[in-house]
Design a protein around this ligand. Structure first.
Ligand code: PEP
Ligand code: MG
Length: 756
């Protein structure tokens, strides 16, 4: 005689009433379990909450022994309840004891129960607990009942997330959702940030979970779906978006998913059967998607699930009538931005003065958002799985961009320890600043040139602040990447002139446009490519479409009138490419001369060494160039055949390894033979340990992230290059075993008392 007390509808109505009652958290939970048990005619209904230690504690029960509440604790790998928590999926069994995961806890007296229905208490894809009903007789719970239980689980999830249940917990056994925890990812940008979470894609707080009027909610949902589809159609048909390219595929996929019947049906059913409001239904389906995403191994499936999640965000925004990112005024003073992933332009949209840190679920050290974060001096950590699910808007958070640790809701002692570290760092920064005007000369008298990498106006004060000897790499594409349309020659000219002015006579190496590959311009028609990193990019594009390169070179030559200009080409793979690019510069010089423009006093033309084929053309190349600069980011990606933007492989091989250092040494050695300067401007030089290795193999010029100049200089000032050579060079011929020599380098630094 199921549904005797009115069925799931009545349950949901009663649930609304219980939620509104001014009772204690325990009373509310007790009422909920009684309600469910009565409504489903179940002998048992229990709530288990996941604790910080990973165990599941019984928080309320109707039917099991009352004394077991807050006493019974299950391991997460124990029994059917543990299985529901682990898999984040409902389990519905008419004969629970036949299931291999069944386990028996005598203190609860549950041996007599045959049927079992357990649903996870989920929020943003995280399991917060498990809700269970059991019956003595063997019975099958209907889909409707399962739905109703899931809806109730959402109500419990909100109670956990709001902190309401924390008062019932013993110290050290708090509910997992609100507890402080830390996660280890990869350090993207150095520094420590203490602040409060701002979600880049804010999760909407749903105040109304249960529908008042189901047909009305269905109508709201249908209207929102139509609006969302119309928005997508408009986006797809609008001017620039109508062009072919990757963004178009993404939007097409959205549009397709926007019509995905299975997805729509699940949301509609969550309203019609589950009795949820439209937004709660979207959240519920999104939470399921996210839970699957976190457990999915297949990258293709993960991508699809990401798309569905984005779509749900979109639908939610339509339903709630919200814009997506918080406006500048809404941003708290010490914001820590948390996002799944982000482009460089999106980061620049935020008010730098209010931004303290950045946490990403994805993102590698050489991704562009990481490069911009470093330029802005914003501590950042990437590869924190489910960061957007764990963090709640406004939560306290610590981002440790030196070790790659992120602390969610840190305890007061962690906060105090970090506050102390911030002070210490400030002191160390002051020491670095004191080194600012000291030439970078090693203990044994070797002079090194430390320059900075830059690309935007915001970088320019760093020359002065760091005391760098110039800009070793000016990434001109950043101006293009953050713009909404192609910057005109005059805009480029103005930027380059400001850069040269700010450098005040110190050398600046401008690199011509390095677009294509992962550096996508949203307004440029992109060609579909299987392997964009190996595709039509950088100088290849520049030589095939010389108009763009020509206008850029003209802007540089004009900006450097009466001064020294250094031009460098990216991704040169064959000497004749360099010849052609150089010819183009010379043709522009001739053109400007003919038109009576003021010309640079001197033009040095060089190239990046970032394609391994150049290692086998060094003699020819060095005869032609004025200088070389090694781009270790790309050179490593191509040497190891490991995509620098794919975090699964980007950190797989160590740059501080015998083969890599041998390759780098061969470049600098040849440079010396040909009497041509060789610098290194990839991220590698920004790590003190790598800088020591580079000095040992003969590099005397490096271009770094501005924040790395202090630490690298401090390390080099303490270095005796002769000793480093003696210790490190023999390691390069080390027999193959592990190719990495990182540990040996660390031991050397420790023995020499060099801080790395
Ligand atoms: C490099 O490849 O090392 C480099 C400095 O260039 P980018 O990171 O801009 O590709
Ligand atoms: Mg490169």
């Amino acid at each position: 005689m199921r549904g005797a007390l009115g069925g799931p509808r009545v349950l949901l109505r009663r649930l609304r009433e219980v939620m509104a009652e001014p009772v204690s958290a325990q009373d509310r939970l007790d009422k909920i379990v009684v309600l469910i048990a009565a409504n489903m005619v179940a002998e048992v209904c229990s709530v288990y909450i996941l604790r910080v230690d990973g165990t599941l504690e019984l928080y309320a029960t109707e039917g099991l022994k009352r004394e077991a509440v807050h006493q019974t604790v299950l391991n997460a790998d124990e029994g059917l309840v543990g299985l529901v928590a682990r898999e984040a999926k409902p389990i519905n069994l008419s004969e629970a004891q036949d299931h291999p995961a069944f386990s028996f806890r005598p203190e609860t007296g549950e041996e007599i129960y045959h049927s079992f229905l357990g649903v996870p208490v989920l929020r943003a894809g995280n399991t917060l607990g498990v809700l269970v009903v059991q019956n003595r007789a063997s019975r099958t719970y209907s889909e409707e009942e399962e739905e109703a239980l899931q809806t109730t689980a959402m109500v419990v999830a909100e109670m956990v997330a709001s902190g309401e249940l924390s008062s019932l917990a013993r110290p050290g056994a708090e509910p997992a959702a609100r507890h402080s925890q830390h996660q280890s990812g990869i350090a993207l940008s150095d520094g420590i940030a203490l602040g409060h979470v701002v979600l880049h894609e804010p999760r909407v707080v749903i105040t109304n979970v249960i529908a008042d009027d189901v047909p009305k909610e269905l109508k709201r949902l249908d209207t929102a779906i139509s609006t969302m589809r119309a928005d997508l159609d408009r986006l797809l048909e609008s001017g620039e978006m109508a062009e072919d390219g990757e963004h178009r595929d993404v939007l097409e996929a959205y549009r397709m998913f926007g019509h995905d019947q299975g997805w729509m049906r699940r949301i509609r059913e969550a309203v019609s059967n589950g009795g949820l409001t439209a937004e709660a239904a979207v959240e519920r389906v999104q939470s399921d998607t996210r839970a699957r995403m976190l457990r999915a191994q297949d990258p293709y499936l993960r991508d699809r699930l990401h798309d569905l999640e984005d779509l749900a965000n979109r639908l939610m925004r339509v339903l709630m009538g919200r814009d997506h990112a918080p406006s500048r005024e809404q941003l708290p003073l010490n914001a820590v931005l948390v996002a799944r992933s982000m482009g460089p332009a999106a980061l620049l949209d935020y008010d730098r003065k209010r931004l303290r840190g950045l946490v990403l679920e994805e993102g590698s050290t050489t991704s562009h958002v990481a490069i911009v974060a470093r330029a802005l001096g914003i501590p950042a950590v990437g590869e924190i799985p489910n960061a957007t699910g764990i963090a709640e808007s406004g939560d306290a958070m610590i981002v440790d961009g030196s070790s790659g640790l992120v602390h969610f809701r840190p305890s007061p002692d962690i906060e105090a320890a970090y506050a102390e570290r911030v002070k210490l760092r400030a002191r160390r920064q002051a020491q670095y600043r004191a080194l600012r005007d000291r030439p970078c000369v090693t203990k044994d008298g070797q002079k090194l040139d430390l320059m900075i990498n830059a690309g935007l106006l915001i970088d320019l004060p760093h020359i002065e602040e760091t005391g760098a000897s110039g800009i070793g790499l000016f990434r001109t594409e950043l101006q293009f990447m953050v713009a909404n349309a192609f910057p005109r020659t005059n805009e480029q000219f103005l930027l380059y002139r400001s850069v040269l002015d700010a450098a005040g006579g110190k050398p600046v190496t401008f690199r011509t446009l390095d677009i294509g590959g992962d550096k996508v311009l949203p307004y440029m028609r992109n060609v579909e490519e299987e392997n964009p990193a190996l595709g039509w990019r950088a100088i290849r594009l520049g030589l095939d479409r010389p108009g763009l390169l020509r206008s850029q070179v003209r802007a540089m030559l004009r900006a450097a009138g009466g001064r020294q200009l250094r031009v460098m080409f990216p991704m040169i793979a064959a000497v004749e490419e360099f010849d052609k690019a150089k010819e183009l510069v010379e043709a522009e010089l001739t053109h400007l001369r003919r038109h009576g423009h003021s010309l640079p006093e001197r033009v040095d033309i060089g190239t990046m060494v970032e394609v391994p084929s150049l290692l086998l053309q060094l003699d020819d190349l060095l005869e032609r160039v004025d200088f070389l600069s090694v781009g270790s980011n790309d050179l490593m990606q191509f040497l190891y055949a490991a995509d620098r933007g794919n975090s699964r492989v980007s950190e797989r091989f160590d740059n501080l390894s015998a083969p890599v250092l041998r390759a780098l040494k061969s470049i600098v050695d040849k440079g010396r033979t040909h009497n041509k300067p060789v610098a290194l401007c990839g991220e590698m030089a920004s790590q003190p340990l790598a800088a020591i290795a580079l000095a040992a193999i003969g590099y005397r010029a490096m271009s770094l992230s501005p924040s790395a100049v202090g630490p690298v200089k401090a390390a080099l000032l303490d270095l005796d290059v002769k000793k480093a050579e003696a210790a490190i060079l023999p390691l390069l011929d080390k027999p193959v075993g592990s190719i990495s020599i990182r540990e040996e380098l660390k031991s050397f630094a420790a023995a020499e008392n060099i801080q790395i």
